[in-house]
Write a protein that binds this ligand. Structure first.
Ligand code: ZN
Length: 276
């Protein structure tokens, strides 16, 4: 989900579908919308010389898409051996159980309700498959169950909806919390600064090849929006809908319901910090 704030300084577009790094291939789901940008990115990740692949976010329940994901892996000489979820929103996870059925794989996710099979998924876990290594990074904020997957060999991170390829994301109040989200962005920034991550492989939109710039843009954007919301409330706007109409006046109205979730999360944050 995006709130599509169009601010200057967006990193440039790169890959929308197909191979993005040596180990990651995107299969774009046919569910484009104002909220999902070009559609959901379903990632097939594997070592170049291995026949085993991981699929991250099968996407919506769309048999054609799920079969295209399997065909794409097969044409590359790969067998899908595991399915992972970045979070439980339907545009990422709704097709997971059908995909598990088609591929014969387990589904691992932070939220136990989304798992299929014995194994869960937790921050700090390292997924190893056919020489591939993915490190699980805790990134709550968009939702409470949001995870990112660090792919060190490609200096890349798969971000789900925590960082998108275009625009900015929603803090999906009340499940998503702004304080958590800011901490998660700082955690991602440290991946770019301390661990050499260059590339963002997002859940929607194009690949970004300036990961640090993208994360810093997100942090600046959140600070900017937070200041706008604080000012709006101080100027007497009380209802979240009024704050949205004022702060998101330049954003398409179809995105206001999503913006309202972010505004509610921001008002909570300001209250908790004694700022309003
Ligand atoms: Zn989402």
């Amino acid at each position: 989900m995006t709130d599509a704030a169009a601010l200057p300084g967006q990193p440039r577009d790169a890959v929308l579908s197909g191979p993005a790094t040596a180990r990651a291939v995107n299969v774009l789901a046919p569910n484009a919308s104002a909220m999902t940008l070009d559609g959901t990115n379903t990632w097939i990740v594997s070592e170049p010389d291995s026949e085993l692949a991981v699929v991250i976010d099968p996407g919506p329940l769309d048999d054609g898409h799920l079969r295209t994901v399997l065909d794409t892996a097969e044409k590359a000489g790969k067998r899908v051996a595991l399915t992972l979820l970045t979070h439980g929103h339907p545009d990422h996870a709704e097709g997971a159980s059908r995909f598990a059925e088609l591929s014969g794989t387990a589904v691992r996710a932070l939220d136990p309700a989304l798992r299929l099979g014995d194994e869960g998924l937790a921050a700090g876990d390292v997924i190893s498959l056919g020489g591939l290594e993915l490190r699980v990074v805790s990134t709550p904020g968009h939702t409470a169950d949001s995870l990112c997957f660090h792919l060190p060999a490609d200096r890349a991170v798969l971000t789900g909806d925590t960082v998108l390829g275009r625009g900015t994301t929603v803090v999906a109040h009340p499940d998503g919390r702004l304080g958590d989200y800011l901490d998660s962005l700082r955690r991602l920034r440290s991946l770019t600064v301390d661990d050499g991550v260059h590339t963002v492989l997002p859940g929607h939109g194009p690949v970004l090849d300036d990961a640090q710039g993208a994360v810093e843009f997100y942090l600046a954007h959140r600070a900017h929006r937070l200041a706008q919301v604080e000012t709006a409330v101080e100027n007497g706007l009380r209802a979240p809908e009024e704050v949205v109409a004022h702060v998101y006046a330049d954003v398409d109205r179809s995105l206001w319901p999503a913006a309202e979730l972010s505004v509610r999360a921001q008002i909570d944050y300001l209250r908790e910090h004694g700022l309003i």
